[in-house]
Design a protein around this ligand. Sequence first.
Ligand code: SF4
Ligand code: SF4
Length: 430
Amino acid sequence: MSLLVGPMQQHLNGHKDLTDHNEIIEVSPSKQVLIPLVCYGSNELELLVKENDKIKVGTKIALRNDKMIIPIFSSVSGTVVKVVKNMHDMLRPVDHLVVENDFQYEVEMPFNPLDPEKASPEELIDFMMNAGIVGLGGAGFPAYIKYKFAKDIHTVLINGVECEPYITADYRNMTDNIDKLIVGSKAMMKMANAKEVLIAIKETKQDLIAQLESALKDHSEIKVVKVPDVYPMGWERTVIYQVFKKRYDRLPGEIGVVVNNSSTAIAFANALLNGAPITQKMVTVSGDGIVKPSNILVRVGTPVSEVVAALGGYNAEEVNLIAGGPMMGKTMPNDTFVITVSTNAITVLRPQKFPDVACLRCGRCSDTCPAGLQPVRINEFEKARDVDSLVKLSALDCIECGMCTYVCPSRLEVTEGVRRAKRLIMAKKK
Ligand code: SF4
Ligand code: SF4
């Protein structure tokens, strides 16, 4: 692990006012949804339905059952059509299950609700596993694993920082679901055998902080912790250092902390209270390239082309379409990919044209990198395809935060070069 050096934090123009207080729009899929058959990077799933099966919202359609258990549920009611390859926001085609939507949205409860006050920590962990609750902060890691192996945990840290520009989905999810945030957080505290829950919120979100502090009056074990409005404060290592002034080597458990995203806590509460898996997502669709920037409620498997159309379409002939935010998201070749369980944002930006300028060797990218890397040198060795040097430079430690591109005065796509370097190392390892 490289050292954490550099200023690590920079205030960015958030553009959050494009969406944070707008009405939430429900976007319904048209005649078909394409549900990705991939879980946390693996497509080795058992398919539990077959062509022409009639299924409902909540029907378990597939299961990952190897070193981790992750069920996948249908987001609509209707008929199973077939499995097709479709572009995924991992930037490669993967299997998707096509379900013909009957527009009835008939619901099947795939598991019974569970009272978190009465359930044991073990029952809660099993429930979280069978409900398919994955981390909604981006990576989609199955949340139960953090608790199954938790030892000597004192604090559950709920990450509601959402530091990336444009994205306000967590903010709106919290303002609209504070009761569920409290239920999910308390259940997580019980599962970790922790003493307290801290909910990290940016100090600039005064309205949310006030709303939370009022709702938490009767819950002394849960507190709000205000953190600076800088990037990448939402990165696990950064927010933990900010709150606890401690660093860790591999996992936050080493310093007695479990971290979950605020939307994960809310989704967990929804499963506990209503027996409902994650079939719908709050997603921010924003940027200067979309007619109506909004937070939307959308079913998993809905094509992004339909989301864009529901928000009035693109407002420029050429746009950059990003799955995620502008810093950490992935630029997609077109809008045929679908909303997944992990999608939190779609960012649509008008391309900015900059003259080609060579690297000035200013060192700003290295000074700013929160992972303590030297992006400029990684880019050089990537171009030379020198894998040994890339490994020595710890290129795999890059969290793809996008800061090196953001600060580069030559407007070079430095992050893209580091991403390519990571892929090069991984390809060599195979
Ligand atoms: S994208 Fe990677 S290399 Fe660039 S600043 Fe972020 S962590 Fe460092
Ligand atoms: S910030 Fe840009 S110009 Fe400066 S060293 Fe890094 S790549 Fe070169």
